[in-house]
Design a binder for this molecule. Structure first.
Ligand code: ADP
Ligand code: F6P
Length: 354
């Protein structure tokens, strides 16, 4: 088995609170096992440019509580080209990097798969607020972003209650409604509009009318950015016109991507970081750390990316050809499980919304 002397760590794609806790866990675990760690700055861009520094134990002090990523992040189109990949592989050889732990989302994992195919074993850790990696119940940053939304919506509710207003609040999540749905339940939203369950404006208006009759003064409508950027502002106008309730629109945007990570994100990130190093040093690669019912298990990256595609109904002809019947059945089970979980939460959000 290959003896690892030096590994690299990078964060890529949109940053997420808890990435620092994962970096710290990777560095401390590797050093404890006598393996050097090289910090690769600005994601795959730093790998191409050689923006790399050795990380010692004190370099990761006082970061477990910090949002963002001390290694910085980037989106790097050049990495997708053969020339970019060749430069990245050359950098690994130059710095003696035997393997890489890449923290990010599905794009980052695609890059990690390519790098593994070019002889640099990689392991992925899911770090994205969107929670849109179907093979894991939770990605690092998701819990913090939901808590931030709840904190902000609680504040909006105070002023809505005083003035008998409605506030339509748009939150990030890319194509996934996870943040809006759970934060909607936790903040007592009257309606949640997410791409997974398209919502008719009429339903929202009807709920507000019923609420008004029941003596309700404040209304919160949570909208996920995945339903489209015009959706929230248009719904805001319509609610005011049709119900007579003064309605404001707020787009929380990147605010929900910053801030100190919650306990849950710190523990998730630390656990995934430790296990990722153990797996890499055991000779495993092309896997992503997944949280399944609270247990961290490794999952094949190809499998994880394909489950995503299946969940998003984006399978193309031939996509499943390389997978066995058993793997396909497992993918279908994973997709079903996730859809059922979303549907259950969505049902809950509707049952207790007034
Ligand atoms: P995330 O990892 O959060 O999904 P991106 O989709 O922006 O974020 O991907 C992060 C980076 O991963 C990209 O800038 C690029 O360098 C790399 N990447 C994305 N998609 C691919 C791909 N199909 N092949 C190789 N590398 C990719
Ligand atoms: O993937 C994380 C995320 O914050 C999404 O929720 C959002 O759609 C996107 O990144 C925003 O990207 P950018 O940082 O490029 O504005």
């Amino acid at each position: 088995m290959k003896k690892f002397k030096k590994i690299g760590i990078l964060t890529s794609g949109g940053d997420a609170p808890g990435m620092n806790a994962a970096i710290r866990a990777v560095v401390r675990t590797a050093l404890a096992l006598d393996v050097e760690v090289m910090g690769i700055y600005r994601g795959y861009s730093g790998l191409i440019d050689g923006d790399i520094k050795k990380l010692e134990i004190r370099d990761v002090s006082n970061i477990i509580n910090k949002g963002g990523t001390m290694l910085y992040s980037d989106r790097c189109p050049e990495f997708k080209t053969p020339e970019g990949m060749a430069k990245a592989v050359e950098t690994c050889h130059k710095f003696g990097i035997d393997g890489i732990i890449a923290i990010g989302g599905d794009g980052t994992f695609r890059g990690a798969t390519d790098l593994t195919a070019h002889g640099i074993p990689c392991i992925g850790i899911p770090g994205t607020i969107d929670n849109d990696i179907s093979s894991t119940d939770n990605s690092i940053g998701f819990d913090t972003s939901m808590n931030t939304v709840v904190e902000l919506v609680d504040k909006l509710r105070d002023t809505c209650e005083s003035h008998a207003r409605c506030n339509v609040v748009e939150v990030m999540g890319r194509g996934a409604g996870d943040i809006a749905l759970s934060a909607g339940i936790a903040s007592g939203a009257t309606a949640v509009c997410i791409p997974e369950f398209p919502v008719d404006h009429e339903y929202v208006i009807q709920q507000i009318e019923i609420g008004k009759k029941l003596g309700k003064r404040n209304f919160i409508v949570l909208v996920s950015e995945g339903v489209g950027s015009d959706y929230g502002p248009e719904l805001t106008k319509k609610i005011q016109e049709r119900t007579g309730v003064e309605t404001k629109f707020a787009r929380l945007a990147h605010v929900v991507r910053g801030g100190n990570p919650t306990l849950r994100d710190r523990v998730l990130a630390s656990t995934m970081g430790v296990i990722a190093v153990e797996q890499l040093l055991k000779g495993k690669s092309n896997i992503v750390m997944c949280d399944r019912n609270g247990v961290i298990v490794p999952c094949d990256i190809r499998y994880a990316l394909m489950v995503d595609r299946m969940y998003k109904c984006k399978l193309k002809d031939g996509d499943l050809d390389e997978f066995s019947a058993e793997e396909i059945a497992n993918m279908e089970r994973d997709v079903r499980r996730r859809r059922e979980s979303m549907a259950r939460l969505y049902g809950i959000s509707k049952t207790i919304n007034l």
